[in-house]
Structure formats: structure tokens, C-alpha cells
Write a protein that binds this ligand. Structure first.
Ligand SMILES: [Fe+2]
Length: 228
């Protein structure tokens, strides 16, 4: 896709691209950390309201972490520098955030791709939708843990994160196995990063993951999460 500078973004065109395929790419005019974070913030403020991630910061710079360095309930604590599996950001919240904005400060060496997969392409049958909408799933999040389903009845978002979702019965196990199987057989898009590149993901529609990385690769992405 053609990339345009984030500062001259045409909002209707951006929303149309997000509607069409669930993610959009832009490029920061100032590709250093401060410039990228500033442009992500401006874009985020256009799309909705910023919300904090696990680290409780509204703006974060994320980098590949070893298992021992990561937040105890994060995917990095489970997978470390290996590939991070597909997930929806903030699946441990009652409603995951709507948009995930990432900006590349440093690709790292070796670089690691971000993989994207639209859950609507996973070919669920009506019986499978019933399972995903009905099977109880436990979201493990300390004192805020709660029971829910992978899909809400309006199918507006898809809750999935192997780091915090847990089956509590046979139907739940079947639902999570179904998702895992379909994700394995899906046809993801691999996003290659370049410095100053910005990726906006509709987190209700497109799951994301990361390719394997190396400790000390230098990969750094700015991240902003948006409720809308
Ligand atoms: Fe993520």
C-alpha cells in the first residue's frame, strides 16, 4: 500500500483503509522517537481516546523481552524472544481497545516482523460461531479476573490472547482449540518495519503477533492504544 506522512493524513481515507482491510500504514515525517510518538499521539487523538496498557502509561516504547524481564501475565513472560502468537491487545479488559498504533523507532538487527490476521477470514461455520459466542472462558487477570466468551453476541470484537484466556470446561477447551487451529492454518500478512513506519491496526478485527527476535537486537516500537 502507498504510505503517506502521518501529519498530512486524510481521515476519511484512513478510515476507509481501516474499514477495507483492518490496518493502515503511514510514515512519520520526523522518524526519531519524539517525532514518532508525537505523530502517533495526534493520530490516536483523531481516532478516539488513549487508554493505558499493562504498564499504565498512555505512551509506551516496547522492545523484545526475555521471559525473565517481562510482566508476569504478558505474552513475553510465556514466549520471551520466540515468536509471539496472535492476540488481540488488552484481551484482559472487558472490552479490548479498538485501535493499536505502532511506530518504528528502530527496526532492530535482526528485525522482527509484525504479523496480522483478520479473524473474519478464518472461515467459522454457524455452529462454530455459536461455540465462540457461548463457551465460557476465564480471563485471568488477578483480582480483576472474569468469565466471558471469545466473541460477544454482536461479534464486534474477537477476544483472544493465549497469555490470559483459560478454558474452564470442555466447551471452552473446544473453543480455544478451534481458534488456535484456525490461526495456525490462516494466511497472515507480514509487516516489515522500516524506521519511521507507522502501523494502525483495528484491534477488534485484526489479530497481531511478532516474529522471533534476538536479545539486544535494538528493536523499539512506540505504542499507543485507543478506545473508540
Ligand atoms: Fe500485542
Amino acid at each position: 500500500m502507498k504510505t503517506v506522512p502521518a501529519t498530512i493524513v486524510d481521515l476519511p481515507a484512513l478510515l476507509a483503509t481501516l474499514e477495507e482491510r483492518g490496518w493502515a500504514t503511514l510514515s512519520a515525517v520526523r522518524p526519531e522517537a519524539g517525532g514518532i510518538i508525537g505523530e502517533l499521539s495526534r493520530l490516536g487523538d483523531i481516532l478516539g481516546v488513549r487508554t493505558a496498557g499493562r504498564g499504565s502509561a498512555l505512551e509506551e516504547v516496547i522492545q523484545p523481552q526475555r521471559q525473565s524481564e517481562a510482566h508476569s501475565r504478558s505474552l513475553s513472560a510465556l514466549f520471551g524472544l520466540s515468536a509471539l502468537p496472535f492476540h488481540a491487545e488488552l484481551s484482559h479488559r472487558p472490552r479490548p481497545c479498538r485501535y493499536l498504533l505502532l511506530g518504528c523507532i528502530d527496526t532492530g538487527s535482526p528485525s522482527a516482523v509484525t504479523v496480522l490476521l483478520d479473524w473474519r477470514t478464518l472461515g467459522f461455520s454457524s455452529e462454530e460461531f455459536e461455540l465462540l459466542e457461548g463457551a465460557p472462558i476465564l480471563v485471568r487477570c488477578g483480582r480483576s479476573s472474569f468469565y466471558t466468551t471469545v466473541l460477544p453476541s454482536d461479534r464486534s470484537f474477537f477476544r483472544y490472547d493465549p497469555g490470559c484466556l483459560e478454558a474452564v470446561d470442555a466447551r471452552g477447551r473446544a473453543a480455544l482449540r478451534l481458534v488456535e487451529d484456525r490461526l495456525t492454518g490462516g494466511a497472515p500478512h507480514s509487516h516489515e518495519w522500516r524506521p519511521g513506519g507507522i502501523l494502525i491496526i483495528d484491534n477488534w478485527r485484526v489479530l497481531h503477533g511478532r516474529g522471533p527476535s534476538d536479545h539486544g537486537s535494538g528493536r523499539r516500537l512506540a505504542r499507543i492504544l485507543i478506545d473508540a
